[in-house]
Design a binder for this molecule. Structure first.
Ligand code: UDP
Ligand code: MG
Length: 137
């Protein structure tokens, strides 16, 4: 069934000039672009986005990082988008991510892992509403 999911090319991906590479992978896979925006996140938006991690030791650092430069927010659509995007990203820690995944091919450490993808259909709906309130989640 066709789904929508939120993808972020995080500030490290933008800084390193990997926006085209990362979006290109999703386009070549066959996903449709529904929304796409280069933007800087307000602290409150970043904290809301990562609300589930609020009590984790890395939370402050994570919010500093994700608000530290422009990122690219994208809504992708396609069959099984949530799961397929997650598998194309690779595991959270790029050091352990498989080659052929975005994190496995371009990342070295967990804090700067290049991409975000919604982890469930419920998360996708919540995150799309947060980033693109005018778009049907
Ligand atoms: N993160 C971190 N240190 C950790 C775990 C996570 O800096 O020990 C960051 C990393 O950028 C990760 C984000 O927090 O992408 C959200 O963590 P999550 O476990 O949800 O990973 P993801 O869903 O992004 O794979
Ligand atoms: Mg997550």
């Amino acid at each position: 069934m066709s789904e929508r999911t939120l993808v972020l090319v995080k500030p490290d991906g933008v800084r390193r000039g990997l926006v085209g590479e990362i979006i290109g992978r999703f386009e070549r896979k066959g996903f449709a672009l529904v929304a796409l925006e280069l933007r800087s996140l307000a602290r409150e938006t970043a904290e809301a986005h990562y609300d589930e991690h609020r009590s984790r030791p890395f939370f402050a650092e994570l919010v500093d990082f994700i608000t530290g430069g422009p990122l690219v927010a994208i809504v992708l659509e396609g069959p099984g988008a949530v799961l397929t995007v997650r598998s194309m990203m690779g595991t959270t820690n790029p050091a352990e991510a498989d080659s052929g995944t975005i994190r496995g091919d371009f990342g070295l450490e967990i804090a700067e892992n290049l991409v975000h993808g919604s982890d469930s259909l419920a998360s996708a709906k919540r995150e799309i509403a947060l980033f693109f309130p005018h778009i049907d989640p």
